[in-house]
Structure formats: C-alpha cells, structure tokens
Design a protein around this ligand. Sequence first.
Ligand SMILES: Cc1cc2nc3c(=O)[nH]c(=O)nc-3n(C[C@H](O)[C@H](O)[C@H](O)COP(=O)(O)OP(=O)(O)OC[C@H]3O[C@@H](n4cnc5c(N)ncnc54)[C@H](O)[C@@H]3O)c2cc1C
Length: 470
Amino acid sequence: MSQTAIVIGSGPNGLAAAIGLAKAGLEVTVYEKNAVIGGACRSDEIIQKGVINDVGSAVHPMAAASPFFKSLPLSYYGLKWIHSPAVMAHPLDDGTAVSVYKSIEETASNLDVIDNKSYRKLMEPLTNNFQILIEEIMNFPRIPWRHPFIMMNFGLNALLSARGLAELKFKGNRARAFFAGMGAHSIMNMNKAASSASGLMLAAAAHANGWPIPQGGAQKISDALTAYFKALGGKIITETEIVNLADLPDNDVLLADVTPVQLLKMAASKLPDNYKNKVKKYKYGPGVFKIDWLINKPVPWTAKECSNAITVHIGGSMEEIVMAENEVHDGRTPEKPFVFFAQPSLFDTTRTDANQHVVWGYCHVPFNSNIDMTERIESQIERFAPGFKESIIARNIMCPSDLEEDNPNLIGGDISGGSQSFKKLVIPSISYKTPLENVFLCSSSTPPGAGVHGMCGYRAAQAALKHINK
Ligand SMILES: Cc1cc2nc3c(=O)[nH]c(=O)nc-3n(C[C@H](O)[C@H](O)[C@H](O)COP(=O)(O)OP(=O)(O)OC[C@H]3O[C@@H](n4cnc5c(N)ncnc54)[C@H](O)[C@@H]3O)c2cc1C
C-alpha cells in the first residue's frame, strides 16, 4: 500500500508540496479552508460578475523563473504568460518615466546619461548569470554554493541597504528613484543591510525573463498546478479549515502551508516548550492595504511610457520612497505611500470587456493597521495620472484584517509570512521540520521565502521524503 500524505492549505507552496509528494508516489490529500484553491495566488470576480481581479499576487517574475515550476508541464494545463513591451515603469514629477525594458542597453539609455555605464556594469553580470543566481537563491542556504564567485559578486551588492546601493552606484535621480522602488519589494527598512537584495534580483529578472502575468489572472497558476496534481492522482478537499491536527485522518506525513503561529494553534498541546517559545518570538512584518479598481478607460498617465508596462511603481523620488517605507517600519502611516500598481487588462483582454479596465494596487502599512489608505493611494496615482479618480467605476478595498480574514496566513496583513531582515535572509529562523513526528511546514515562512514560486513547498516535500524514507 502506498504511503499517505496530507497538505494543509492550497497556496502555491501547498500545491507545490502536494505535487512533490504525489510525484514520489504518495497518496496526497490537500485540505483548504476557502472554497477556491490558490491562497494568495487567486483571482475572483470581487467587483462585478465577468470582471477578473487578482485577490493577492498579480505580477509573477518569480513564478516564471521558479526552477520547480519550470520543471512542471504548466503550459499544458493552461498557463500562458503575457509580457508587456516595457517590463515596468516608474513615473516622475517632471512628466517623464523611467522604463525598464528587457534590454539592459535600452533601459540604461533612459536613465540620466551619467548613470548609463554604471547601470550596465551593475546589471550585466547579474542578468547573464540569472539562471545560476536564481537556482542558488531559491536553494539558499545550501552550502557550499555551486557557484561561489557568482554568489559573492551578487552578495557584495546585495548586502548593501537599498538606499546605500542607489546612492553608491548612481548619481542621477532617475536611477536612484527606480532602484528605491525595486528596493521597496524587500519590505525592509531601506537603510538596513541587505534591503537591496530582492530589488537586485527583481531587476535582473526583468532583463532575463520579464515580469509576466498569467492570461486570465493569477488563478490560472493555481489552476494549472491543481490540474497537474489531480493528474498525478491527488485529491483536494475545499471549505475545510483544519483547527486541530488531531482532527485529521491518519497519515504518514503532514505538510502545513501555514505560518508558525497557526501551527502553534493547531498543535499547541503537542509541541515542546522550546519550540513554542521560538514561535512566540517569531515576528510578523508590516501589513498591506490593497485596492482593486474597475475603471472606464486606460489609466491617463502623464508619462505615456507608463502605458507600455504591466507594472508601475508609484512614489516619485528615492527620498520620498525611502521615507514612506521607513515610516511604515517605524509604525507610522505614510501620507504619500509607495504604491505597487498593475494594469493587467491593458495587455490581457480576458479580464474584462473592452470598455473597462481592471487595475490593482497596494501599499505597505504598519502591522494590522486599520487606517483607510484609499484616498492616499488614489492621490498618489492621480499625481502621475490626472483624471484617474474620475475614471473609477467601482473599487474593492482590503485592509490588513480583511486580508487575514480571507486567508489566515496573512497575519496582520503581512504578505510575506514573517518580517524580513538581514539575519533572517542569512539564517532562516524557521525550517521545514517541526518537532512533531513527520510534520513539516511548507509555507513562505520557510526558505526561500515570499513570492509565488512554490520553492518552499517543493523543498519542504524533499525534506519530508528524505525523512520518511530514511
Ligand atoms: C495582496 C498581495 C499581493 C501580492 N503580490 C505578489 C506579486 O505580485 N507577486 C508575487 O510573486 N507574490 C505576491 N504576493 C505574495 C504571494 O502571494 C505569497 O508569497 C504566496 O502566495 C505564498 O504562498 P503560500 O503557499 O506560502 O501561502 P498562501 O498563498 O497564503 O496560501 C496559504 C493557504 O492555506 C490556507 N490555510 C491556512 N490555514 C488553513 C487551515 N487551518 N486549514 C485549511 N487551509 C488553511 C489558506 O486559506 C490559503 O489558501 C502577494 C500577496 C498578497 C496577499
């Protein structure tokens, strides 16, 4: 008889773990609290029937680059990537925008002339070695590195703060603003060491692979993973929240796509005190305030280049972006937040009918903040696209508590499964194996961390298989 496995949660990591176990021949059942699978990689008709909005993730550089997803037949199961002519754009107050193109040369040429050479010098080695870098980082901390020189070259810049890197490498305001926007993805204080790492990787991903969206919405990634999992014989039971591990049927191994505090709730009486204490000290990061809009025309950007990109970073200069992000880390609410913005229906006509557009945006806010950011976010967009506000037909707002209610992993609105820091990047505080026999964590709280790439789930499944087969 084959061994049985249970996976709690059907986010990208839960599904990746389930596939890893099913491929190894286990009988796998996934339990999901929500009616629809996918966790924070889901789409829904939140605003209006027939209008597809992404509930969580919208833009997928890491999914497109993921070594595990690349090994799966996801295109056979309906996943189709869409790229925009420019990868992303960053509008400025002078009415222009910095555009990032697949070509490093073309990108460098729309920075201030003084920074053209520095940009090429910084990005060429990272882009040329992107596949190696992503393999190393997605398997981090795997020691020894297979490509130590490439990693050391990356590390020299990645260990800098986002602000430090922007100021050290660039003299002009355009490159500095653009790199600050990239650095904001770290969800770290932008003066802290290693807050440049995720921005550097995202910039390299832009040149190497692009930042695509799935045709039909983020749900299509989860649907393709599910279809493949089912083809391997896997089962999914939705609308079933696991409250206590003891309620589950007998199994040989259990993987939980939840954050550490949730595991504590599900198994408190069974966990040893030292693990309980470690989890109690586990820190969650800032929250997110998210808005989906339905608008009656494309966003009227002052800088027309912005209409060529799915992703737009809205926040102006480096100084403003650093101030907004650092305020959040100090527990304050920025007056002018940095807005992560996407306009998928400009490039994917399946999202809504031709007379309307769906757009998506969020900003960081302090953990569990209940301050309504709608006016501040929309004013930031209006600043670079006068007429945006009057184009709004309808909107759906999700503050941190709404996000957590929809998906219990988003504690206090934290979309990363835990706070980010230099220490945590180097020595992850939570590993796959828990002290409970054959129980593993597989969510984005485990290495290599947040983003839709499934590598936490894949690696947790490998660790679990090694453990039960030893
Ligand atoms: C607003 C937002 C925007 C984002 N933008 C991007 C982006 O553009 N690109 C990108 O790459 N990443 C983005 N992310 C991050 C990305 O979505 C997450 O890192 C990723 O989804 C984490 O996957 P996961 O499987 O670890 O957890 P999740 O996706 O959170 O899935 C966890 C699942 O477990 C279920 N669950 C939890 N507890 C239980 C229980 N007790 N019983 C049963 N089921 C349970 C939940 O309902 C959920 O379905 C975004 C996230 C959010 C919220």
